[in-house]
Write a protein that binds this ligand. Structure first.
Ligand code: NAP
Length: 297
């Protein structure tokens, strides 16, 4: 139970509804900013404007996955009003107040540091990243189906990176019958790829490994599908780039070469907003109850 905790949920999309549902069920007091067009009401949650929040009473602030823009504007799918999070808001909160967002940026880091408040980037956590890899792979399968005229079964797929997302992608495409090879740089990852029954290759040797593939799925957040690599690819290859913006592909050069290359950000929120929201809600509920215990000590 989160009885006694006061939380401001500022902005966000459908994923935030699962968070509101979970936290109100656990008796937290919630201020909702940026939800004025939401018909649905939640017991224990009060809709208001950002300047109406009694920040002195706030134990935690929950921002959307995307955090803020570089100017502090918080995305609000359920409102047309512009919501701006300022340093002065954070300065009014009690010292123990924790701010949660999916990712972060220089603006948010700066105002949190200068107000001396803890900022938690949820997407850096392994549990969230691993759970999120499930809707991510489903979205990747959807895109592969939409943009090809052949089955995944039997197709030659290269997955770049064996991190939390790459591992789920490689395993699932292999389970669908694709011939999967995986590029990685660490010897541990190369060993794991072999153990999974897939074909490993050194990412340094990417150029040699892209000549004969149907679908290339990138999870490496670095420019690795560069001109040298793309010039060895056939225009028949479909690139699905999952890495965070700006992705790991030279998209302009790919277009010049006639290669279809798609940046596919935010797949969990697109294909399964409810599940993606529940993943965040479950972890937040646990973190907030720890915050509550810390406060009681
Ligand atoms: P991760 O666990 O950190 O995995 C990243 C992988 O990339 C690791 O295997 C890492 O290798 C490798 N890597 C990083 N820099 C490299 C470089 N310069 N050269 C070669 N390999 C490199 O991250 P993740 O959680 O899987 O996420 C991967 C990316 O996908 C992130 O950008 C994330 O934001 C994004 N993502 C997108 C979606 C979507 O919907 N599109 C969903 C989830 C995640 P080492 O371990 O050797 O460093």
């Amino acid at each position: 139970m989160l009885t006694g905790l006061t939380i401001a949920i500022i902005g966000g999309d459908a994923r935030q509804l699962e968070i509101i549902r979970k936290l109100t069920e656990q008796q937290a007091n919630i201020y909702l900013v940026g939800f004025d067009q939401l018909d649905h009401g939640f017991t224990g949650a009060v809709k208001c404007k950002i300047d109406e929040i009694a920040f002195q009473q706030i134990d935690s602030i929950i921002l959307p996955v995307s955090a803020t823009t570089g100017e502090g504007v918080v995305a609000t799918v359920f409102s047309n009003e512009e919501v701006v999070l300022k340093q002065e808001h954070l300065e009014q909160t009690p010292a123990h107040c924790v701010i949660y967002s999916g990712i972060s940026n220089t603006y948010l880091e700066k105002i949190a540091t200068e107000a001396n408040r803890k900022l938690v980037k949820l997407f850096e956590r392994d549990d969230i990243a691993i759970f999120n890899s499930i809707p991510t792979v489903e979205g990747t399968i959807m895109m592969a189906i939409q943009h090809t005229d052949y089955t995944i079964h039997g197709s030659r797929v290269a997955v770049l990176g064996l991190g939390r997302t790459g591992m789920t992608i490689a395993r699932t495409f292999a389970a669908l019958g694709a011939k999967v090879k995986v590029g990685a740089r660490s010897s541990a990852h190369l060993a794991r790829i072999s153990e999974m029954g897939l074909a490993p290759f050194q990412i340094e040797e990417l150029t040699e490994n892209v000549k004969d593939i149907d679908i290339c799925i990138n999870t490496v957040p670095s420019m690795i599908l560069n001109q040298a690599v793309l010039s060895r690819m056939t225009p028949k290859t479909l690139i699905l780039d999952l890495a965070s913006r700006p992705g790991g592909t030279d998209f302009k050069y790919a277009e010049k070469q006639g290669i279809k290359a798609l940046l596919a950000p935010g797949l969990p929120g697109i294909v399964a907003p409810k599940t993606a929201g529940q993943i965040l809600a479950n972890v937040l509920s646990k973190l907030l109850s720890e915050l509550q215990v810390g406060e009681e000590k």
